[in-house]
Design a protein around this ligand. Structure first.
Ligand code: SAH
Length: 212
């Protein structure tokens, strides 16, 4: 097997100023990191980070945090930030299950989930980022008037995500089973890396926006 040369990605992340290294320390005090009290929006499972970097560049008065569990993937985002530093964006390398230890009650203004891992086996349903278990965590950290925006090309994951809403106390604000042909929901759409790949294969993109 040929392994890509990712040796040292942990070390490179540990040395990066674009990464918050002990994020639990800032729980409830993220304004300190950014030096202002602008709203904070997060992407959970940001991958290489193009989506959140595009948002941060377009919206300098909003703060962004990109969360990713794999160092090798996060490193790509860090390299992009080195080429183009954005003052309103930081990254965290962490497992999303710990999100309530990192953000305080209602500290987050919006949550983005893009092309989350499907975890197709039933016994892994709890690991799916739009599951009721995760919705409960988001409920803690998200402002009462905040929303979650979720995009995927995975039909089964989307159906699952829709079924989780009512039991968890959330409702649909907007929904489409073909985002790229929905003029209203497509307005201002920022493509993610996966979205570009899968939509170019002809897959429809599903999206919901939910609130409580
Ligand atoms: N959002 C990007 C990447 C999608 S792939 C895009 O749309 O292009 C899903 C990403 O989520 C992967 O990089 C994976 O490592 C990350 N991820 C999945 N589960 C996670 C979890 N529980 N905590 C943190 N990151 C997670």
């Amino acid at each position: 097997m040929r392994l890509r040369n990712i040796t040292g990605s942990r070390e490179m992340i540990a040395a990066s100023d674009y990464v918050i290294h002990e994020p639990q320390q800032y729980r409830g005090n993220w304004t300190e990191i950014f030096g202002n009290d602008h709203p904070i929006r997060i992407e959970i499972g940001m991958g290489k980070g193009r989506f959140i970097m595009d948002l941060a560049r377009m919206n300098p008065d909003i703060n962004y945090v990109g969360i990713e569990k794999y160092s090798s993937v996060l490193l790509r985002g860090i390299q992009k930030m080195e080429a183009e530093p954005l003052p309103n964006l930081y990254f965290i390398r962490m497992e999303a299950e710990e999100i309530t230890q990192v953000f305080g009650r209602e500290e987050v203004d919006r949550i983005y989930l893009n092309f989350s891992d499907p975890w197709p086996k039933d016994r892994h349903a709890k690991r799916r980022l739009p599951s009721r278990e995760f919705l409960r965590r988001y409920d803690e950290i998200l402002r009462k008037d905040g929303v979650i925006e979720f995009k995927t090309d995975n039909h089964d994951l989307f159906r699952f995500a829709l079924d989780e809403l009512e039991p968890a106390g959330w409702h649909l604000d907007q929904v489409t089973e073909d985002l790229h042909h929905n003029e209203e929901m497509m307005r201002g759409n920022v493509m993610t890396e996966y979205e570009e790949k899968f939509s170019s294969l002809g897959n429809p993109i599903y999206k919901y926006i939910i609130s409580r």
